[in-house]
Write a protein that binds this ligand. Sequence first.
Ligand SMILES: NC(=O)c1ccc[n+]([C@@H]2O[C@H](COP(=O)([O-])OP(=O)(O)OC[C@H]3O[C@@H](n4cnc5c(N)ncnc54)[C@H](O)[C@@H]3O)[C@@H](O)[C@H]2O)c1
Length: 354
Amino acid sequence: MKVSIIGGGGLVGSMAAFAFQCGGIASDLCLIDANQDMCQGQALDLLQGSSLTHDQRIHAGTMEDVATSDAVVVTAGLRRKPDESRLDLINRNVDLFLGLLDQMKAAGLKDSTYLVVVSNPVDILTYLAIKRGGLDWRRVIGLGTLLDTARFQSHLARRLKVPATQVRATILGEHGDSMVPVWSSATVAGLPMEQWPTFNAQLQREAFDETKTAGAALIKLKGGSGFAVGLSIRELVTSILLDSRKVLPVGTLQQGLYGLRDVVLSVPTVIGTGGAREQVELALSPKERMGLTNSARVLREIIDQVEARLGGQKSTEKPTPKPTPAPTGNGTPLVTTASNGKAIPRSAWQANKK
Ligand SMILES: NC(=O)c1ccc[n+]([C@@H]2O[C@H](COP(=O)([O-])OP(=O)(O)OC[C@H]3O[C@@H](n4cnc5c(N)ncnc54)[C@H](O)[C@@H]3O)[C@@H](O)[C@H]2O)c1
């Protein structure tokens, strides 16, 4: 499997490459960056550790490598300045990202290639890749709130004084200020978190605040996020390439679940061969549901501003394709969204098939 990272010379891209190297998932790891010296330096540094890790081809490449890649991860972008919100980056990063999309297409991006969007504002850029790039929504996946979820679990674990791998607590919605903590299903070792002896309202508030401000804190302290985002990218790409079918909070095009549509944000999503195989609708508390609706509203407003600014530059825009069953290894398509965007329970769908 070949994975190319556009932005591989930067902090996030190089950390993702290192996570891929340690995980040994990709057989060919290609770093692409406008800063060619930095890109070559990162690739050389990684290569020098390859005798201690896995047998992978690791190299600096060019856009031409996109044509032969199974997955392309986009981390190229302009960093958030201290105190700048992620969404304030929008105009600078949208133009950069749309330019990269054009370059990828010109280089021969295949329909079967998975595009993983990490650059911020990630939900908006993922939406644009699908809508303006005319790409298959199932194969264009934003990192969404996967990093926020990893941070949330880690911060909760530290405060609760339990091992981080035993905490399960998800963040959904926008990768940004309106992100939604899903307390109603949070657990420690499979048990309800709200009943855990060290859990209380103050801890709850502080752990979420720490999660929400985690990106800004790292920008102030060390210039940006690296290790945890690299691991989060690896989690997503591994689930795609190994068809692990993990349920991950990642950014996909919403088409009716939770009453949301025509926006990219994070809901629990089954990730495997074909990309986003299934978006899952769960019972949320009224507050959590309102939070998701609010995230969608915030993102929709930004999309409207972007679309208005971009105006007529609709080079490759295609209508959103209707949801189609994802390919499966066992011949059973998985669907949860109907052509009208309404959720179909799997059992009902299977009954229809019979
Ligand atoms: N989604 C998430 O959870 C998440 C988390 C952290 C950072 N990010 C985002 O990731 C992006 C990268 O962050 P970073 O800290 O690595 O920044 P960085 O400045 O270290 O790296 C960005 C890289 O992109 C390269 N680049 C810029 N324009 C390019 C182009 N046209 N073609 C090829 N390469 C180009 C730069 O040369 C640089 O090496 C930012 O948008 C940041 O906000 C997202």
